[in-house]
Design a protein. Structure first.
Length: 200
């Protein structure tokens, strides 16, 4: 199995549960050529959610009951994805700085703290439908934040692309999902603009 939305962009998945966050971001219509939006219809969204949850269970070892989406929940899930995409883009080097030290809450989800027989404390996602899915995603983002890996989840700096990728560079300086596809094109445009300005 694999993360369905991320695989179509030929990206290596982020480690552990953070792969679910990346996969949600990659449900957008992105890339070149443009891939379809996995949340465009309820049927497509349900198919994505079923595959993504199965992958989450395989990666984390945590079984998750099926999530059933409905039309209202799909609107909520799309809004959550869009806000998460914006936050991921602005958190990158060169992105806009947060406006305040304490930002207002955009989305929230229920989770429970549980301690297992192994003595480890874990966050257990709660809720039903799309809210359960958001709880899984926020739990994964929180755990990645604690492990200091969430900052490596980025979206391609090319505004025409928007593919989410996990930056494995040593100094976390990657800005393109694929240097050959997006980086070279952007560098060529910048070079041509500089030449034009010099010759003007």
């Amino acid at each position: 199995m694999t993360w369905p939305a991320t695989a179509r962009y030929r990206q290596d998945p982020a480690p552990g549960g953070l792969g679910l966050v990346q996969d949600l971001l990659n449900t957008v219509a992105a890339g070149a050529p443009r891939r379809p939006d996995f949340l465009a219809t309820l049927e497509d969204a349900q198919a994505w959610a079923d595959e993504a949850i199965a992958e989450w269970s395989a990666v984390t070892g945590q079984p998750v009951p099926p999530v059933v989406l409905d039309a209202d929940g799909l609107d909520g899930l799309r809004a959550f994805r869009d806000d998460l995409h914006e936050l991921t883009a602005t958190a990158q080097p060169g992105g806009a700085e947060p406006a305040a030290a304490v930002a207002p809450v955009l989305h929230s989800a229920s989770a429970a703290l549980q301690i297992g027989e192994d003595g480890l404390v874990r966050l257990e996602p709660r809720g039903s439908g799309w809210r359960r899915l958001v709880s899984l995603i926020l739990t994964a983002a929180f755990e990645a934040q604690q492990a200091d890996t969430r900052r490596r989840l980025k979206t391609c700096r090319n505004p025409r692309c928007r593919v989410a990728f996990y930056d494995r560079s040593r100094n976390n300086s990657g800005v393109w999902h694929d240097v050959k596809i997006c980086g070279n094109a952007a560098n060529l445009r910048a070079y041509r603009a500089r030449r034009k300005a010099e010759n003007a």
